[in-house]
Design a protein around this ligand. Structure first.
Ligand code: ZN
Length: 104
């Protein structure tokens, strides 16, 4: 059986690194679209890892946003405004938030 080596291009982390890639070359045990990769560069694994990172980031962002929304709502509720005006202000703030989320 042929010995495969990892074909992942490595871009060294220096000024000229992006112009000077070298191949990983470690013995490969994962095939992906006809190319071979080592355990570290297995594209399936890398994709899964990236997905998980992405999900975790989104989760954190959502939690943070919920805290801010909650805080702002309380701030509006305790603001020196006539109580009858507060719901309208909070609704306005929510609408504003929704729009700002779209541009993120
Ligand atoms: Zn590799």
């Amino acid at each position: 059986m042929d010995k495969h080596t990892c074909c992942q291009k490595i871009y060294p982390n220096d000024k000229w690194g992006s112009f000077n890639p070298h191949t990983c070359g470690r013995s490969a045990s994962y095939e992906y679209e006809g190319k071979w990769y080592c355990g570290t560069h297995d594209p399936n694994k890398a994709a899964v890892r990236e997905e998980k990172l992405q999900a975790a980031r989104q989760e954190r962002a959502k939690a943070k946003q919920a805290l801010i929304d909650d805080y702002m709502e309380k701030a509006w509720l305790s603001a020196a405004l006539p109580d009858s005006h507060k719901p309208a202000f909070i609704a306005g703030w929510r609408e504003c938030l929704k729009r700002s989320h779209m541009f993120r």
